[in-house]
Design a protein around this ligand. Structure first.
Ligand code: AMP
Ligand code: MG
Length: 472
């Protein structure tokens, strides 16, 4: 369902950031902060030619409870653009403004986004892309002195983002709830648009293929989140993309220590969306999507697609973990090696990202590299038995290339909450340069950048495992 909307521009807009990497994907190579025409479009003051803006309605399970009517309460879909001309994949991107004022789905809220959450989404989208994780992309960030009332009064911002589509599990749930032939026709229509936009390897009418593709992409996404320590925070079915992209960055966090119970969202008191529960939550959410598809899909076929999730998740998780560990060919004992490492890291309370980055330089024949690695854990001896097995395993891997390969699998820069907070404070102070420097680093977080040493995972910093509330 969609409803027309009109973006409400923010007063005194300042174009604070543009992601040239994201703009390049739609063939724009000259986006700059002093471009007034670009500022006006990204602030919602001027509509791009041919745009008929609208907001999308959807439903969703929020913390387990079904909400029949949700929607883009503060996002406005401007339209579609093609991919860069010389790309032949025919991919089209949907462009959205977030924070551009109320829509038919605002439910009495203001339709605005605060600067704080917008900087966080801007950086996280680009950081996830840098890690090779499927995500919506951030094109630009406009900030404004407009007062937005949350717990405190905060400045407003408008984010321009894009995705293959903004269709969520909840978009299907919304249509399914009406039942009958009408719901079936609407579901088919939505499924066809998903196949056309982002699953064009499928034939029209192959809704079993659609669900199977979504299950597989979601399994791969969750595997990547778990390997990189990303806690989403609000995995409601309306925040799950049918395309398998990370969408709706709220109180997310990259973990400091490896702690499966870590819950980044302070309002999630039951820990429903705790870091370690994410893979099973995704499976539960896929079950809700499958139910919504039953009017257009055989129930057994739907169940069979969902049943493949666990294996697909495990395969993707092991493959990414092996890359992080520098293990080229899979061996049967790798699963246990990975599981035991995670248990050791959990009890050792070492910094997750620092451990893996140090592991890149670990050389079993060099005692000092071992000391440095073990020092990432509270008790260095905890690693002894695991390292004995890892050393043995490494005898079957080439040492030199291993190190270089691992440095491309274990980031030197991770978007911890304190880094995002630093960027927020700089932008609030009118200094946008740091945001761009950080975006560049996160766009390829595997190599070192001059002047950014203090943001690296190897810099000394007390752990905080900061949590945030949902308000944004
Ligand atoms: P979220 O928790 O960000 O996924 O948001 C849940 C729902 O609330 C979505 O339908 C949002 O569009 C809506 N929403 C969140 N913040 C606002 C706001 N400031 N104004 C209007 N709708 C909002
Ligand atoms: Mg949402």
């Amino acid at each position: 369902m969609r409803s027309a909307c009109v973006p409400q521009p923010v007063p005194d807009p300042r174009l604070a950031a543009v992601s040239c990497d994201a703009f390049a994907l739609i063939g724009v190579v000259d986006a700059t902060l002093d471009d007034e025409a670009l500022r006006d479009v990204t602030a919602g003051a001027v509509l791009p030619v041919g745009s008929s803006p609208c907001a999308l309605g959807y439903a969703g399970h929020q913390f387990g409870s079904y909400v029949a009517q949700l929607g883009d309460g503060r996002a406005c879909l401007l339209g579609d653009v093609g991919a860069e001309a010389d790309q032949s994949d025919g991919l089209r991107w949907e462009i959205q403004l977030k924070g551009s004022g109320p829509t038919a789905y605002s439910r009495g809220f203001d339709g605005r986004a605060v600067l704080r959450s917008s900087v966080r989404e801007y950086l996280a989208s680009e950081a996830m892309a840098g890690l090779g994780i499927a995500t919506t992309r951030a094109l630009s960030l406009v900030v404004s002195p407009l007062n937005v009332y949350r717990e405190d009064v905060e400045p407003a911002a408008v984010l321009m983002r894009m995705a293959r589509s903004h269709i969520r599990f909840g978009s299907f749930q919304y249509l399914a709830q009406f039942g009958g032939a009408g719901a079936r026709a609407d579901l088919e229509c939505l499924a066809e648009s998903v196949i056309e936009r982002s699953m064009d390897h499928l034939d029209s009418g192959d809704y079993g293929g659609l669900l199977a593709c979504c299950v597989e992409r979601t399994a791969a996404l969750l595997a990547a989140w778990q390997c990189e320590g990303f806690a989403h925070g609000v995995m409601n079915t309306d925040n799950m993309s049918i395309d398998g992209d990370t969408i709706d960055y709220g109180p997310y966090a990259f973990i400091d220590t490896f702690d499966p119970t870590f819950t980044p969202n302070t309002t999630d008191v039951g820990g429903r969306y705790a870091f370690g529960r994410q893979p099973s939550v995704a499976l539960w959410n896929l079950g809700r999507l499958a139910e919504a598809l039953v009017p257009i899909l055989d129930r057994e076929q739907a169940q069979a697609a969902v049943d493949r999730y666990a294996e697909q998740f495990n395969d993707a998780f092991s493959a990414r973990m092996r890359r992080k560990l520098g293990l080229d060919d899979a061996e049967p004992s790798d699963e246990e090696l990975i599981t035991d490492l995670l248990a050791t890291l959990a009890s050792g309370r070492g910094d997750y990202a620092a451990f893996f980055r140090r592991l890149c330089d670990y050389d079993p024949s060099d005692a000092s590299s071992r000391t440095t690695l073990c020092a990432t854990l509270a008790d260095p001896r905890l690693l002894d038995s695991w390292l004995a097995r890892y050393d043995d395993r490494l005898t079957r891997e080439g040492a030199r290339e291993r190190s270089a390969r691992m440095r491309r699998a274990n980031p030197l820069y991770v978007l911890k909450n304190w880094v995002a907070q630093y960027a927020i404070e700089r932008v609030e102070a009118g200094d946008d340069a740091e945001l761009e420097r950080l975006r560049v680093a996160f766009s390829d977080p595997y190599c070192a950048y001059d002047g950014l040493e203090r943001f690296s995972v190897l810099a000394d910093r007390p752990h905080s495992d900061t949590k945030l509330g949902c308000s944004s």
